[in-house]
Design a protein around this ligand. Structure first.
Ligand code: ZN
Length: 62
């Protein structure tokens, strides 16, 4: 069939409380602030067309 992975987006959010975060999703959907729970629309969304390597989820050393 077609690609095994759907098109994904990295959505960037910024909450009025000052918390900012990003999340990968197949859609540019709203997300809830992990700190206060407010539903926020993404202020920016990046297309991710290529496969995401597992290394992407590793945090860089301090
Ligand atoms: Zn918040």
């Amino acid at each position: 069939m077609s690609a095994s992975h759907p098109n994904r987006f990295t959505n960037h959010y910024q909450c009025p409380c000052g918390c900012s975060w990003h999340d990968d999703s197949p859609h540019t959907n709203d997300d809830r602030c992990p700190r206060c729970g407010t539903a926020c629309q993404p202020e920016a969304s990046e297309d991710i067309e290529q496969d995401v390597p597992p290394d992407r989820f590793k945090e860089p050393p301090p």
